[in-house]
Design a protein around this ligand. Structure first.
Ligand code: SAH
Length: 344
Protein backbone atom coordinates (compact mmCIF):
# COMPACT_ATOMS: atom_id res chain seq x y z
CA UNK A 1 0.00 0.00 0.00
CA UNK A 2 1.51 3.35 -0.89
CA UNK A 3 1.65 6.23 1.55
CA UNK A 4 -1.30 8.15 0.06
CA UNK A 5 -3.50 5.08 0.40
CA UNK A 6 -2.27 4.52 3.95
CA UNK A 7 -3.17 8.06 5.00
CA UNK A 8 -6.52 7.93 3.20
CA UNK A 9 -7.48 4.65 4.85
CA UNK A 10 -7.23 6.32 8.26
CA UNK A 11 -4.16 4.37 9.41
CA UNK A 12 -2.18 5.94 12.22
CA UNK A 13 1.19 7.06 10.90
CA UNK A 14 4.32 7.47 12.98
CA UNK A 15 6.39 10.67 12.96
CA UNK A 16 8.93 8.92 10.72
CA UNK A 17 6.23 7.96 8.22
CA UNK A 18 4.86 11.49 8.19
CA UNK A 19 8.37 12.80 7.52
CA UNK A 20 8.50 10.53 4.48
CA UNK A 21 5.12 11.74 3.27
CA UNK A 22 6.21 15.37 3.70
CA UNK A 23 9.67 15.00 2.14
CA UNK A 24 9.00 12.61 -0.71
CA UNK A 25 10.46 14.43 -3.67
CA UNK A 26 8.82 13.26 -6.86
CA UNK A 27 6.63 15.24 -9.28
CA UNK A 28 4.32 12.26 -9.78
CA UNK A 29 3.77 12.01 -6.05
CA UNK A 30 2.97 15.73 -5.71
CA UNK A 31 0.35 15.44 -8.46
CA UNK A 32 -1.11 12.28 -6.99
CA UNK A 33 -1.38 13.89 -3.58
CA UNK A 34 -3.10 16.97 -4.98
CA UNK A 35 -5.58 14.85 -6.95
CA UNK A 36 -6.33 12.58 -3.98
CA UNK A 37 -6.92 15.57 -1.69
CA UNK A 38 -9.23 17.18 -4.22
CA UNK A 39 -11.26 14.01 -4.74
CA UNK A 40 -11.55 13.56 -0.96
CA UNK A 41 -12.86 17.10 -0.43
CA UNK A 42 -15.29 16.72 -3.37
CA UNK A 43 -16.63 13.46 -1.92
CA UNK A 44 -17.60 15.12 1.36
CA UNK A 45 -18.31 18.76 0.56
CA UNK A 46 -18.72 18.74 -3.19
CA UNK A 47 -17.11 21.42 -5.29
CA UNK A 48 -18.11 24.12 -2.85
CA UNK A 49 -15.84 26.66 -1.26
CA UNK A 50 -17.50 28.22 1.79
CA UNK A 51 -17.21 31.96 2.41
CA UNK A 52 -16.72 33.42 5.89
CA UNK A 53 -16.85 37.13 6.65
CA UNK A 54 -13.69 37.95 8.60
CA UNK A 55 -13.94 40.86 11.05
CA UNK A 56 -10.57 41.78 12.51
CA UNK A 57 -11.94 43.73 15.45
CA UNK A 58 -8.89 44.52 17.56
CA UNK A 59 -5.17 44.81 16.85
CA UNK A 60 -4.21 45.18 20.52
CA UNK A 61 -2.40 42.18 21.95
CA UNK A 62 -0.96 41.36 25.34
CA UNK A 63 1.24 38.60 23.94
CA UNK A 64 4.69 38.86 22.44
CA UNK A 65 4.94 36.00 19.93
CA UNK A 66 8.22 36.42 18.04
CA UNK A 67 6.61 35.95 14.61
CA UNK A 68 3.64 38.27 14.85
CA UNK A 69 3.49 41.94 13.90
CA UNK A 70 0.84 42.60 16.54
CA UNK A 71 3.15 41.54 19.39
CA UNK A 72 3.03 43.93 22.31
CA UNK A 73 6.68 44.98 21.87
CA UNK A 74 5.98 46.36 18.41
CA UNK A 75 5.59 50.05 19.22
CA UNK A 76 5.01 50.86 15.56
CA UNK A 77 1.96 48.66 15.13
CA UNK A 78 -1.23 50.56 14.36
CA UNK A 79 -3.62 49.73 17.16
CA UNK A 80 -7.38 49.95 16.87
CA UNK A 81 -10.45 48.32 18.29
CA UNK A 82 -13.89 48.36 16.75
CA UNK A 83 -16.81 49.55 18.87
CA UNK A 84 -19.84 47.38 19.51
CA UNK A 85 -21.87 49.48 17.07
CA UNK A 86 -19.22 49.27 14.41
CA UNK A 87 -19.06 45.48 14.74
CA UNK A 88 -22.87 45.27 14.41
CA UNK A 89 -22.80 47.54 11.35
CA UNK A 90 -20.10 45.34 9.84
CA UNK A 91 -22.18 42.23 10.49
CA UNK A 92 -25.24 43.95 8.97
CA UNK A 93 -23.33 44.79 5.81
CA UNK A 94 -21.84 41.31 5.73
CA UNK A 95 -25.21 39.65 6.13
CA UNK A 96 -26.64 41.79 3.33
CA UNK A 97 -23.73 40.74 1.14
CA UNK A 98 -24.76 37.15 1.85
CA UNK A 99 -22.37 35.94 4.55
CA UNK A 100 -23.77 33.36 6.98
CA UNK A 101 -20.61 32.94 9.02
CA UNK A 102 -18.82 35.75 10.82
CA UNK A 103 -15.33 35.24 12.14
CA UNK A 104 -14.36 37.64 14.90
CA UNK A 105 -10.59 37.64 15.09
CA UNK A 106 -8.28 39.72 17.18
CA UNK A 107 -5.20 39.97 19.32
CA UNK A 108 -5.51 39.00 22.96
CA UNK A 109 -6.98 42.33 24.01
CA UNK A 110 -7.95 42.57 27.69
CA UNK A 111 -10.49 45.28 26.84
CA UNK A 112 -12.62 42.52 25.34
CA UNK A 113 -13.45 40.76 28.58
CA UNK A 114 -16.19 38.15 28.77
CA UNK A 115 -18.90 40.74 29.31
CA UNK A 116 -18.03 42.70 26.18
CA UNK A 117 -17.46 39.62 24.03
CA UNK A 118 -20.73 38.08 25.19
CA UNK A 119 -22.55 41.28 24.19
CA UNK A 120 -21.03 41.09 20.73
CA UNK A 121 -21.80 37.40 20.22
CA UNK A 122 -25.37 37.89 21.46
CA UNK A 123 -25.79 41.00 19.33
CA UNK A 124 -24.93 39.12 16.16
CA UNK A 125 -26.88 35.97 17.05
CA UNK A 126 -30.01 37.94 17.96
CA UNK A 127 -29.93 39.78 14.66
CA UNK A 128 -28.98 36.77 12.61
CA UNK A 129 -29.88 33.47 14.28
CA UNK A 130 -29.20 31.65 11.02
CA UNK A 131 -25.58 32.81 10.89
CA UNK A 132 -22.67 31.10 12.61
CA UNK A 133 -20.31 33.05 14.85
CA UNK A 134 -16.70 31.94 14.95
CA UNK A 135 -14.39 33.43 17.56
CA UNK A 136 -10.62 33.68 17.26
CA UNK A 137 -9.39 35.62 20.24
CA UNK A 138 -6.70 33.40 21.67
CA UNK A 139 -6.23 31.65 24.96
CA UNK A 140 -8.89 32.02 27.65
CA UNK A 141 -10.14 30.07 30.64
CA UNK A 142 -12.57 27.15 30.43
CA UNK A 143 -15.17 29.35 32.16
CA UNK A 144 -14.72 32.07 29.58
CA UNK A 145 -15.04 29.66 26.65
CA UNK A 146 -18.12 28.19 28.32
CA UNK A 147 -19.77 31.58 28.79
CA UNK A 148 -19.07 32.51 25.17
CA UNK A 149 -20.50 29.22 23.98
CA UNK A 150 -23.64 29.83 26.02
CA UNK A 151 -23.89 33.29 24.50
CA UNK A 152 -24.17 31.58 21.12
CA UNK A 153 -20.66 31.21 19.66
CA UNK A 154 -20.55 28.20 17.36
CA UNK A 155 -16.91 27.79 16.40
CA UNK A 156 -13.45 28.78 17.61
CA UNK A 157 -10.17 29.12 15.77
CA UNK A 158 -7.00 28.67 17.78
CA UNK A 159 -4.05 27.41 15.81
CA UNK A 160 -1.75 25.25 17.88
CA UNK A 161 1.11 26.91 15.87
CA UNK A 162 3.42 23.94 16.39
CA UNK A 163 3.09 20.61 18.13
CA UNK A 164 6.83 20.34 18.73
CA UNK A 165 7.59 21.57 22.25
CA UNK A 166 11.18 22.62 21.48
CA UNK A 167 10.07 24.50 18.41
CA UNK A 168 7.22 26.08 20.38
CA UNK A 169 9.82 27.67 22.69
CA UNK A 170 11.64 29.20 19.72
CA UNK A 171 8.45 30.97 18.63
CA UNK A 172 7.11 32.18 21.97
CA UNK A 173 8.44 34.00 25.03
CA UNK A 174 8.53 32.32 28.43
CA UNK A 175 5.25 33.77 29.64
CA UNK A 176 3.38 31.56 27.16
CA UNK A 177 3.10 27.80 27.25
CA UNK A 178 2.27 25.06 24.82
CA UNK A 179 0.49 23.19 27.61
CA UNK A 180 -1.98 26.04 27.96
CA UNK A 181 -2.57 26.30 24.23
CA UNK A 182 -3.36 22.60 24.03
CA UNK A 183 -5.50 22.79 27.17
CA UNK A 184 -7.51 25.49 25.42
CA UNK A 185 -8.06 23.30 22.35
CA UNK A 186 -9.28 20.41 24.50
CA UNK A 187 -11.58 22.74 26.46
CA UNK A 188 -13.06 24.13 23.25
CA UNK A 189 -13.70 20.64 21.92
CA UNK A 190 -15.26 19.45 25.15
CA UNK A 191 -17.60 22.46 25.17
CA UNK A 192 -18.92 21.49 21.75
CA UNK A 193 -17.33 24.21 19.65
CA UNK A 194 -16.39 23.33 16.10
CA UNK A 195 -12.72 23.80 16.88
CA UNK A 196 -9.93 24.93 14.59
CA UNK A 197 -6.24 24.17 15.10
CA UNK A 198 -3.41 24.67 12.64
CA UNK A 199 0.10 25.82 12.04
CA UNK A 200 2.41 28.07 10.13
CA UNK A 201 4.60 26.28 7.61
CA UNK A 202 8.28 27.20 7.48
CA UNK A 203 8.44 29.20 10.68
CA UNK A 204 12.07 29.81 11.73
CA UNK A 205 13.70 26.61 12.99
CA UNK A 206 10.94 24.36 11.71
CA UNK A 207 11.60 21.20 9.70
CA UNK A 208 9.83 18.24 8.20
CA UNK A 209 10.00 16.72 11.65
CA UNK A 210 8.12 19.59 13.32
CA UNK A 211 5.47 19.36 10.59
CA UNK A 212 5.30 15.60 11.09
CA UNK A 213 4.66 16.26 14.79
CA UNK A 214 1.84 18.58 13.70
CA UNK A 215 0.32 15.78 11.63
CA UNK A 216 0.45 13.36 14.55
CA UNK A 217 -1.12 15.99 16.81
CA UNK A 218 -3.87 16.87 14.33
CA UNK A 219 -4.64 13.20 13.69
CA UNK A 220 -5.22 12.66 17.38
CA UNK A 221 -7.05 15.94 18.19
CA UNK A 222 -9.27 15.66 15.11
CA UNK A 223 -10.21 19.35 14.95
CA UNK A 224 -13.17 20.32 12.80
CA UNK A 225 -11.12 23.06 11.13
CA UNK A 226 -7.43 23.38 10.26
CA UNK A 227 -5.75 26.64 9.26
CA UNK A 228 -2.43 26.32 7.45
CA UNK A 229 -0.38 29.15 6.00
CA UNK A 230 3.23 29.89 5.18
CA UNK A 231 5.21 31.88 7.75
CA UNK A 232 5.80 35.39 6.40
CA UNK A 233 8.28 37.67 8.19
CA UNK A 234 7.24 40.99 9.67
CA UNK A 235 9.83 43.78 9.66
CA UNK A 236 9.19 44.85 13.25
CA UNK A 237 9.65 41.41 14.84
CA UNK A 238 12.73 39.41 15.89
CA UNK A 239 12.09 37.22 12.82
CA UNK A 240 12.41 40.15 10.39
CA UNK A 241 15.34 38.58 8.53
CA UNK A 242 14.04 35.04 8.44
CA UNK A 243 12.96 33.33 5.27
CA UNK A 244 9.33 33.05 4.33
CA UNK A 245 7.76 29.58 4.35
CA UNK A 246 7.51 27.69 1.07
CA UNK A 247 4.22 27.85 -0.81
CA UNK A 248 4.72 24.37 -2.27
CA UNK A 249 5.32 22.90 1.16
CA UNK A 250 2.24 24.69 2.50
CA UNK A 251 0.15 23.24 -0.33
CA UNK A 252 1.54 19.81 0.39
CA UNK A 253 0.53 20.17 4.05
CA UNK A 254 -2.97 21.26 3.03
CA UNK A 255 -3.31 18.13 0.91
CA UNK A 256 -1.95 15.86 3.66
CA UNK A 257 -4.34 17.33 6.22
CA UNK A 258 -7.25 16.85 3.80
CA UNK A 259 -6.33 13.16 3.46
CA UNK A 260 -5.77 12.64 7.18
CA UNK A 261 -8.93 14.53 8.23
CA UNK A 262 -11.26 14.17 5.23
CA UNK A 263 -14.12 16.09 6.89
CA UNK A 264 -12.10 19.07 8.09
CA UNK A 265 -13.00 22.58 7.02
CA UNK A 266 -9.72 23.90 5.63
CA UNK A 267 -9.33 27.56 4.64
CA UNK A 268 -7.19 28.62 1.75
CA UNK A 269 -5.49 31.28 3.83
CA UNK A 270 -4.67 34.93 3.27
CA UNK A 271 -1.03 34.05 3.94
CA UNK A 272 -1.10 31.71 0.93
CA UNK A 273 -2.66 34.48 -1.16
CA UNK A 274 0.00 36.90 0.05
CA UNK A 275 2.91 34.56 -0.62
CA UNK A 276 1.89 33.72 -4.19
CA UNK A 277 -0.48 35.30 -6.70
CA UNK A 278 -2.26 32.01 -7.35
CA UNK A 279 -1.72 30.68 -3.83
CA UNK A 280 -5.34 30.86 -2.82
CA UNK A 281 -6.62 28.98 -5.88
CA UNK A 282 -3.82 26.44 -5.48
CA UNK A 283 -4.99 25.94 -1.90
CA UNK A 284 -8.43 24.95 -3.20
CA UNK A 285 -6.89 22.67 -5.80
CA UNK A 286 -5.00 20.98 -2.95
CA UNK A 287 -8.11 20.26 -0.89
CA UNK A 288 -9.02 23.49 0.93
CA UNK A 289 -12.73 24.40 1.01
CA UNK A 290 -13.06 27.70 2.85
CA UNK A 291 -12.23 31.30 1.96
CA UNK A 292 -12.34 34.11 4.50
CA UNK A 293 -12.76 37.50 2.83
CA UNK A 294 -11.85 40.41 5.08
CA UNK A 295 -14.96 42.50 5.78
CA UNK A 296 -13.34 44.75 8.39
CA UNK A 297 -14.44 48.35 7.71
CA UNK A 298 -12.13 49.99 5.15
CA UNK A 299 -10.94 52.64 7.64
CA UNK A 300 -9.28 49.98 9.79
CA UNK A 301 -8.60 47.32 7.19
CA UNK A 302 -4.93 46.89 6.64
CA UNK A 303 -4.00 47.74 10.23
CA UNK A 304 -4.21 44.12 11.33
CA UNK A 305 -0.67 43.54 10.11
CA UNK A 306 0.46 40.18 11.43
CA UNK A 307 3.09 39.90 8.64
CA UNK A 308 4.49 42.18 5.93
CA UNK A 309 2.56 42.69 2.72
CA UNK A 310 -0.66 41.11 3.97
CA UNK A 311 -2.97 41.07 1.01
CA UNK A 312 -5.80 43.56 1.27
CA UNK A 313 -8.63 43.01 -1.15
CA UNK A 314 -11.73 44.90 -2.18
CA UNK A 315 -13.18 48.16 -0.92
CA UNK A 316 -16.50 46.67 0.02
CA UNK A 317 -17.47 43.18 0.98
CA UNK A 318 -19.73 42.86 -2.05
CA UNK A 319 -17.18 43.96 -4.58
CA UNK A 320 -14.61 41.60 -3.18
CA UNK A 321 -17.04 38.70 -3.23
CA UNK A 322 -17.82 38.97 -6.92
CA UNK A 323 -14.14 38.74 -7.77
CA UNK A 324 -13.61 35.78 -5.50
CA UNK A 325 -16.68 33.97 -6.87
CA UNK A 326 -15.35 34.51 -10.39
CA UNK A 327 -11.88 33.22 -9.70
CA UNK A 328 -13.17 30.24 -7.72
CA UNK A 329 -15.56 29.58 -10.63
CA UNK A 330 -12.71 29.73 -13.11
CA UNK A 331 -11.15 26.59 -11.61
CA UNK A 332 -14.45 24.71 -11.49
CA UNK A 333 -15.62 25.46 -7.96
CA UNK A 334 -18.59 27.32 -6.57
CA UNK A 335 -18.32 29.99 -3.91
CA UNK A 336 -20.98 29.00 -1.39
CA UNK A 337 -22.57 31.55 0.95
CA UNK A 338 -24.15 28.81 3.06
CA UNK A 339 -23.35 28.61 6.76
CA UNK A 340 -21.18 25.63 5.88
CA UNK A 341 -20.96 23.64 9.08
CA UNK A 342 -18.58 20.75 9.57
CA UNK A 343 -20.12 17.50 8.34
CA UNK A 344 -19.25 14.79 10.90
N1 SAH B 1 -4.78 36.08 18.77
C1 SAH B 1 -5.43 35.04 18.02
C2 SAH B 1 -5.39 35.30 16.52
C3 SAH B 1 -3.99 35.36 15.97
S1 SAH B 1 -3.86 35.84 14.25
C4 SAH B 1 -4.82 33.73 18.39
O1 SAH B 1 -3.83 33.69 19.11
O2 SAH B 1 -5.33 32.70 17.97
C5 SAH B 1 -4.15 34.30 13.44
C6 SAH B 1 -2.92 33.49 13.02
O3 SAH B 1 -2.04 34.23 12.21
C7 SAH B 1 -2.04 32.98 14.12
O4 SAH B 1 -2.60 31.89 14.76
C8 SAH B 1 -0.74 32.64 13.38
O5 SAH B 1 -0.71 31.27 13.00
C9 SAH B 1 -0.84 33.50 12.12
N2 SAH B 1 0.34 34.39 12.03
C10 SAH B 1 0.78 35.28 12.94
N3 SAH B 1 1.93 35.84 12.52
C11 SAH B 1 2.23 35.29 11.33
C12 SAH B 1 3.29 35.43 10.40
N4 SAH B 1 4.32 36.27 10.64
N5 SAH B 1 3.27 34.70 9.27
C13 SAH B 1 2.26 33.86 9.02
N6 SAH B 1 1.23 33.66 9.85
C14 SAH B 1 1.21 34.37 11.01
Amino acid sequence: MNIIERISSGKTLSVEEWIQAIDYNDPGYAEELKAAASVTRDRIYGRKVFARGLIEFTSYCRNDCYYCGLRRSNRDALRYRLSYDCIMDTADAGYMAGFRTFVLQGGEDSYFNDERLIMIVRGIKERYPDAAVTLSVGERSFESYKALKEAGADRYLLRHETADSIHYRKLHPDDMSQENRIRCLHDLKSLGYQTGAGMMVGSPGSSSRTLAEDMVFLSSLKPEMVGIGPFIPHSATPFRNEERGSVDLTLRMVALVRLALPHAMIPSTTALATASSDGQLQGILHGANVIMPDITPPAERGKYMIYDGKKITGDEAGENLRQIAESVGSIGYELSMERGDYIP
